[in-house]
Design a protein around this ligand. Structure first.
Ligand SMILES: [Zn+2]
Length: 422
């Protein structure tokens, strides 16, 4: 990283002050006749800005107001459903979903229309909470949902007192293994680990819990023995670990959500988190790991490919990363073709249909330079994407065959849906 000298800091402060002054003077209304003019030491910052920074009529433009409309005229194929019945291995039917049976019926219709055969709900939690979630999803739609359990790191401890968390008490791994065995009996098909593991959960001394802490080894081993794949979210986009400044490619997003930033030295670096994850994958070759969001490293597919070469028990899924994959369409297409047996379809849904349609366009068409999100400002990087028009045999693997092979309960659901479809 480039060091900034104190002189540069002073210069920046002077420039910022001058700019704020210029904007305030330029945009504030002149004082009415008879009124004293504002003193130069107190520019009219209390007054609302007279004009928005909308780039019109010579005014400056704030980056969050920039809404460029592409004038490109190219052929575009609009797809409204997957080419083959798809399994969405990354959905949040607890965390993103507040409704009851009616709302669920709506989402099942969305699945039908888009040819999503099965969704994996990753927020199953444990014990009675798991039963409650299963009751919601399975009462009427057992064939359409598979549920992953979670790990209760906190237990009866206080959220803000890490020393009271269950994960720091003796024998936590053994108790968790027993809880996961109960989850399997209740129908859970796998385990989801959230990104707070590595970026949020703390040790009693205030340091972050390490992903490769040997205390958790017995948990990963139990997942292997129980046949529960572990879908794990490690790290976050690389830009979230960089300073929020004019060079940050996700500046707009981090400006809106400063809490998504993981600056040094409070947080481990992106590469350190992933190295710790890979050590766990290597130590537990009999456990299947699914790296969420292209194993947290969609910006560097060559490296993800190396990891897949080195660790046959590692898979990746693509949820919320068509923004990254679609800005490198040649590299991404080669990656999908070479690792077709190791990549799973996921979306981070449930999403409005507009978002799902963009996944089909990305995976199946040659569309050029199109938005990856239905939201007005690109929410995950200020760019557009290109389709990778995958061949049918790759699509079949990514949409269903890989999930059917490694996620318990998927294959039987797909067979049943196939039998019942006309
Ligand atoms: Zn998610």
């Amino acid at each position: 990283m480039t060091a900034i000298s104190p002189a540069q800091v002073r210069m920046a402060a002077v420039l910022t002050g001058a700019l704020v002054g210029a904007i305030a003077v330029g945009l504030s209304r002149s004082p009415a006749i008879g009124q004293a003019p504002a003193t130069p030491t107190a520019p009219a910052l209390q007054e609302p800005l007279a004009a928005p920074l909308d780039g019109r009529e010579g005014r400056p433009l704030l980056i969050e107001n920039f809404r460029p409309e592409a004038q490109l005229k190219v052929a575009r194929t609009n797809l409204t459903r997957a080419r083959f019945p798809a399994v969405d291995v990354h959905t949040h039917f607890r965390h993103k979903f507040r409704g009851g049976a009616d709302e669920l019926a709506h989402w099942v219709r969305v699945m039908d229309e888009n040819q999503i055969a099965v969704c994996v709900s990753l927020d199953g939690q444990w014990d009675a909470l798991l039963d409650e979630h299963a009751e919601l999803l399975w009462k009427q739609h057992r064939d359409r949902f598979v549920i992953f359990a979670n790990i209760d790191w906190q237990g009866s401890g206080q959220a803000d007192d890490p020393a009271s968390w269950d994960c720091h008490r003796p024998d936590f791994a053994r108790r968790t293994a027993a809880q996961l065995a109960r989850a399997k009996e209740r129908g859970a098909a796998g385990v989801k680990i959230f990104k707070q593991f590595g970026l949020g959960y703390k040790n009693p001394d205030g340091s972050l819990v390490a992903i490769d802490d040997p205390r958790w080894d017995a948990i990963w081993q139990a997942c292997g023995e129980l046949g529960l794949p572990v879908l794990i979210h490690v790290a976050d986009p690389v830009a979230f670990f960089e300073p929020i400044d004019e060079r940050n490619e996700r500046w707009e997003e981090l400006h809106r959500h400063p809490d998504w930033s993981f600056p040094a030295p409070q947080f481990p670096r992106h590469a350190e988190l992933l190295a710790a994850f890979l050590r766990v994958v290597k130590r537990h070759p009999k456990t299947t790991f699914i790296g969420a969001h292209v194993a947290g490293n969609a910006e560097d597919l060559a490296q993800v490919g190396q990891w897949l070469d080195e660790h046959p028990n590692l898979y990746v899924e693509i949820a919320s990363r068509i923004s990254e994959l679609g800005r490198q369409p040649y590299t991404a297409r080669r990656f999908f073709v070479k690792y077709a047996d190791r990549i799973l379809f996921g979306t981070d849904g449930p999403w409005p249909v507009e978002r799902l349609h963009l996944y089909w366009q990305f995976l199946e068409t040659e569309n050029e330079y199109f938005p990856y999100s239905e939201k007005p400002f690109p929410p995950q990087g200020f760019w557009q994407i290109y389709g990778v028009h995958l061949p049918d045999e790759v699509l079949r693997k990514v949409y269903q065959e890989n999930a059917a092979r490694i996620v318990p309960g998927v294959a039987e659901r797909l067979r049943k849906i196939k039998r019942e479809s006309p």
